[in-house]
Design a protein around this ligand. Sequence first.
Ligand code: PHE
Length: 357
Amino acid sequence: MTTTVDLAALERELLADVDKAADLGALDAVRVAALGKKGRVSELMAKLGSLPADERKAFGASVNAVKTKVSDALDTRKIDLEKSALAARLANERSDVTLPVRPGPESLGRIHPVSQVLDEVIEIFADMGFKVAEGPDIETDEMNFGKLNIPAEHPARQEHDTFYFNPKPDGSRLLLRTHTSPVQIRTMVKQKPPIRIIAPGRVYRCDSDQTHTPMFHQIEGLVIDETTHMGHLKWVLEEMCKAFFEVDAVTMRFRSSHFPFTEPSMEIDIDKGALGKPGEWLEIGGCGMVHPNVLRNCGLDPEKYQGFAFGMGLDRMAMLKYGIPDLRPFFGGDLRWLRHYGFSILDQPTLGGGLSS
Ligand code: PHE
């Protein structure tokens, strides 16, 4: 029977299979089919025992020769395939480390002008030794009005177009704060002078047109100690405006006014000359010396302590500095507006590096 096996043909066939194997997986399949336990060469080997003794030796040697050839061919082919697999990976997984960096979210995102102006103003006041204080948007009547020397039925309450919540069973009503001045009270009741704070935040009034929105931003300032006077107030506001508008001088005027929580009270106007429009005045906020009643309401002795407060509109300051004509789109959420008027998040305002560079 053995003599009927054409070893030469088997060898050709197996070597051809080795050549044809396109990848390492296919090559392994060829190896198993030829040399594996049930492979064609192995099966011939297993039959050796059943051969007559005189044929066994010669046939065994021939089968072994086939086995060696196929096995060598498998080894060579394996090295070739491994090489080309590596070459393919190297070509495929190549990355060009000299390519420019693709812009990430940090260069696409924009800082809203109000946030930018807030960062700028905080930087300026921090440099003058002010700390940032905060208070809630939902306030009590007492904090927003009462403690600020605005009793019930005071006409100033009508001017504020207040958003009220429904009255509680005891008759008291919560409201959306109409100004940041309640943070003055919150600060003075918990901290003894000297006090030097700014309090930025959202405020709400039932009002809406090109320069008024129902929610807008104010920044409150409060300085209380034993000697602070109006001269200090004027100096602080002037320094703030020069730094904010990034100019060497600003012309300001204080217009006599009335707020129940300050005495005397003034409105702060700045001449738009520094912004290229001389002779035009723009009101940016109110200020004055803290009223003795307010100090008393907070448990401070007005014979001992005195100081000033001011409140300015942040959105107004942003409109003025960055030439934004309409207030309403500030809160419209239109990305095109934000891309146009917004600031790069990588440019942090610093006094040393420039506020708005
Ligand atoms: N709270 C005042 C307003 O909203 C501004 C102000 C603050 C005036 C502090 C004087 C002192 O109009």
